[in-house]
Write a protein that binds this ligand. Structure first.
Ligand code: EPU
Length: 287
């Protein structure tokens, strides 16, 4: 078996939130062969499973996960650039930030929006990660995934629809790799756009504390941060979790937060915003 399987591995070690109980099984697979073998084992045994990327948009319950967590290891983390076609090919476990920096080094524009985005390429594809105005889907030329029990599937850009933090990529497929387009760019301009995006993040987002990034999706034409601030919940605490003083759509882990503390704050926010504005906030964070 190329990889390793751990039992009762605390998921708090694998989420940016530093929250989450143990997974019954935690499998790091290093090859497609190992991924196929392990996912087929789970299907045969009736063990529920999910794929964990860099754990940056995830709230794992305090009870943990009574199934198998599959992590794609180094074997899926390649990132390369084809000079002739101007195409980047990135593996699912490659940090998105590595693609952003490789694009900059090659003088290729189009990925600056993702600077500072903490997730993996696979996770970014799964949730169509991005800023307010740009998202990874708009750069995707193709996605290769694995459908457990069936095999590899190649999705071309024309066959995928991308929406705000969502896409039509099937949820039961495991993202393996994607091809990303790029444009000609002046390295200084690329650097300046990356620096601007990063300094805006540093000013407006609580980057030092463990979090999952934005907790809720913005409703059309409005911003959750503004709504939460207006209902007076900025800074509110529950146990070890706090609605950030800096950005109200971030709930930070002050050190010893439990998933239940975060969920309690999320429900308080949803109730208050529904009452004040009649808006049902939809979580961006995955459970
Ligand atoms: N605002 C407030 N109070 C707050 C926070 C924000 O009034 O406490 C206002 C701001 O003044 C601004 C507006 O809300 O006018 C929007 O805020 P911001 O520019 O910080 O962006 P956002 O909509 O909250 C989105 C993404 C972020 C991404 C930033 C920058 C969502 C849910 N979030 O945040 O993505 O980094 O734009 O592009 O779309 C993430 O998805 O995890 C994430 C961090």
């Amino acid at each position: 078996f190329e990889g390793e399987v751990l039992e009762n591995e605390p998921l708090s070690r694998h989420t940016t939130y530093r929250i989450g109980g143990p997974a019954r099984l935690y499998a790091r697979v290093e090859s497609l062969h190992a991924l196929i073998a392990f996912s087929e084992y789970c299907v045969e045994q009736g063990i529920p499973w999910f794929v964990l990327g860099r754990g940056s948009n995830l709230l794992v319950s305090d009870a943990g996960f009574p199934g198998a967590v599959i992590v794609l290891g180094q074997g899926f983390s390649s990132c390369s650039y084809d000079d002739a076609a101007h195409v980047f090919t990135a593996g699912a476990s490659c940090p998105l930030s590595r693609v952003v920096h490789m694009a900059y080094e090659r003088g290729r524009a189009g990925m600056e929006f993702a600077v500072g985005t903490p997730g993996s390429v696979g996770g970014a594809l799964r949730m169509n990660a991005g800023s307010r105005h740009e998202y990874i889907g708009s750069r995707v030329l193709s996605v290769t995934s694995y459908r457990p029990g069936e095999g590899l599937v190649r999705h071309r850009a024309a066959d995928i629809e991308w929406g705000y933090r969502e896409s039509t990529l099937p949820n039961d497929e495991i993202m393996l790799e994607c091809e990303l387009s790029s444009f000609d760019g002046d390295p200084e301009m690329i650097r300046a756009r990356m620096d601007n995006a990063m300094s805006l993040r540093r000013k407006t987002q609580p980057l030092a504390a463990p979090s999952c990034g934005s907790v809720f999706k913005n409703p059309k034409g409005d911003s959750v941060g503004r709504l939460i601030e207006n209902v007076g919940l900025k800074g509110a605490r529950c146990g070890g979790a706090q609605i950030s003083d800096l950005h109200a759509n971030f709930i930070v882990n002050c050190g010893d937060a439990r998933a239940d503390d975060v969920l309690t704050l999320m429900h308080r926010v949803q109730d208050a915003v529904a009452e004040a504005y009649g808006i049902e906030l939809e979580p961006e964070v995955r459970f």
